[in-house]
Each structure stands twice: as C-alpha cells, then as structure tokens.
Design a protein around this ligand. Structure first.
Ligand code: SF4
Length: 352
C-alpha cells in the first residue's frame, strides 16, 4: 500500500513545479489514501494519468491496459477504483462481477471506443463471415461481446497470429483502430507473414483512431529529431544515448521513423533497460513522460503537451475523493453482455 511519505519522497525528487503541485494537494492526497485503506480499495492507475493521480497507485497497481486488466483479475479487494477511462473500468468490471468498480468521472471516454459499438462489430462479421474478430481493448463491453479475441497494444501481434492459427485462416478482422491495424499489418509483412488484417478503412470508408496519437505527424517527429539531436538508431549500434519511441496508435509513417514502436509498457521497459539514455522522445500521451521523468531524473524527456488526452484529464484528485466517499459513480455491465465480453478477454489473458 503506497503511503503519503512515499508519494512525498517521489515528488521531492521531481521537478520544482510537480513538487509544488504535490504540496498544494497534500491534504487531498492524504484523504484519498485514508479512504483507500479504510474501504480496502484497489486503486489502479493508467500510465497516462497526471503524476498526482498516477502516484496514488503503487507497484502492482499501475501500468498499461493489459497490466491493469491482469491486476484487476488477481485482486481480492472488494472495491476497485479505476483511474483511467471508462472502457478500462468496464474491463475491470467484466473480470470482477462481484466487486464494486468505481470511476471518478463516467464521462471519461475515448475517441476509439466511443463511436464503435456492438452493431459496428456485427456489421464487419456480416461482411466477412467466418473470420475471427480481434478487438482492441479500447472498446466497450457490447463491442467486446461480439468479438472472438481481445488484445492490447502490448500483445496485438501475438493475438492476431494466435487467432489466425485457431481459426485456420490467413485473414483476421482487427477493430476498431485503423492506424494500429495498418501498423500491425506492416509489421507482419516485414516479418514475412502472409496474414492479412481487415481493419476499418481497408475495404470501406470507415476510420477509427486515437485523437491524441494521430496528431503526432511525421513532420513533427522529424523536427524533434533535428531540434533535440535525436539521430535515428543505426542497426547494430550499442548503448543508445537517445531514442524516439512511439505508440502503435500512431500514423504508419511515424512508426517507420521511430526507433521503437510499442505499447506504453514496452516503451517504459525500453527506457529501464537502456541506462545509457540521456534524451528521449515518447510519441504518446504527454503525462507518461512526466511520470517517467520522476523515475529517471537524469533523462531529458522531450514532451509535446499540446497533444494530450482530454478524456484521461477528466480524472482529477477532487473527483477521486468524492467518488471514494460516495462510492459513486459505479460502473455496471448487463450480465448477458458481461459474460459474452469475458470470453475474448479470457482468451487474451490465456495467451502467454
Ligand atoms: S489517449 Fe487516445 S486511445 Fe487513449 S483514451 Fe485518450 S483518446 Fe482513447
């Protein structure tokens, strides 16, 4: 269980602004920690949460969607507070039907999940009958209920290949992220795989994307490379001092320009495994760099905070206090949909 002293210590090491923010919010944070302990709450924090919220969760309580889904599945606490967006809290509820799952703001949505519901998945199944459907975790329960497998940005490649093998096919429907679908397809092609992914926009005019990652343009990344002296990695060169790491939800040309394309946890692992790093650009939601900056004060993280997720930013300390006090709003999923949505998630969790 994370303590006020640990959080204080973490912010003391951080930039002056962050420490001042902590001091200003200290009483609110203390109240949240009291409520967390009194009510025996698992507080899960996504990597994109602002540092003051992110630090309410300790080791084994924070991470990317896949890690948080696994923590939720293993927890024996009666209440889960999900500091992330609503589809993530729904996933925790699907895995923990007997627990109370709370989210500080029910309006914390997602540009990928919001427009893409169950009916949209059914339309793809009708258009391409018999093919397995892999749905990205950034989707609501009714959309997951129509899919065969769920995946996250950590395991997308693994899951699409697994689905193709299970169904004995070389075509897989991948929903709802068009850019991630294209990136995965490129990666498969580059690895010599004949597997074809069918994603929104490939055979129709539909489009699904993250409103944050799609704004990271090739021009912007090239400018960052020039301005901050972040040369592209040469194959075989050891101990990089700089790196450009981007997310699977970015544009395909941005993936090609990066030194590594991965999930948030894969980017974090890269930083942890390369102690020679001095400067890093993370092509993803900008709060993640703020959180990593606290862990790696010696690294200069280039941040592009004009690009931030308005949905993640809805989760604030004040709303968290109210949510823990009132145990509202509670995330619920109709039982019939929950049972069907559980299958693709369980299949994903079983893939090692
Ligand atoms: S960062 Fe993008 S994918 Fe993540 S919640 Fe925000 S809009 Fe959705």
């Amino acid at each position: 269980m994370v303590t006020l002293e640990q959080i204080h210590h973490a912010f003391q090491k951080s930039s002056g602004d962050q420490y001042l923010d902590f001091l200003a919010q200290r009483e609110t944070i203390e109240r949240i920690l009291q409520l967390k302990e009194q009510k025996n709450v698992l507080v899960l924090g996504h990597n994109y949460m602002a540092p003051l919220v992110y630090n309410l969760s300790g080791e084994g309580e924070r991470g990317d969607s896949l890690q948080l889904a696994r923590y939720a599945a293993r927890s024996d606490k009666p209440i889960i507070l999900f500091d992330g967006v609503r589809f993530m809290a729904e996933t925790a509820k699907i895995l923990n039907p007997d627990k109370k799952v709370l989210i500080a703001d029910m309006q914390a949505g997602c540009s990928l999940a919001d427009p893409f519901r169950g009916a949209a998945v059914r339309a793809y199944k009708e258009q391409f009958p018999g093919l397995p459907v892999v749905i990205y975790i950034n989707s609501y329960a009714d959309a997951k209920a129509e899919a065969d497998y769920c995946c996250t940005s950590s395991n997308g490649l693994q899951v699409v290949q697994h689905a193709a093998k299970d169904f004995g096919t070389d075509q897989v429907i991948f929903l709802p992220d068009s850019l991630m679908g294209e990136n995965l397809q490129d990666e498969l092609r580059e690895a010599g795989s004949a597997l074809e992914l069918i994603y929104p926009g490939k055979y129709d005019t539909k489009h699904g994307s993250c409103e944050v990652h799609e704004k990271i343009s090739l021009e912007m990344v090239q400018n960052i490379r020039d301005q901050y002296h972040l040369p592209k990695h040469q194959p075989g060169k050891t101990l990089p001092e700089t790196a450009v790491l981007v997310h699977w939800e970015c544009l395909p040309e941005v993936r090609k320009e990066a030194d590594l394309c991965g999930s948030t946890s894969q980017m974090i692992r890269y930083v942890r495994e390369h102690p020679s790093l001095q400067r890093v650009y993370l092509g993803t939601e900008c709060e993640m760099a703020a959180n990593l900056q606290n862990e790696f004060p010696q690294i200069d993280f280039v941040r592009t905070c004009a690009i931030a997720c308005q949905h993640m930013a809805k989760i604030t300390l004040d709303k968290i206090v109210k949510c823990l006090e009132t145990e509202q709003p509670e995330v619920t999923v109709p039982e019939e949909i929950r049972r069907r949505a559980l299958k693709p998630i369980e299949r994903m969790l079983q893939i090692k």
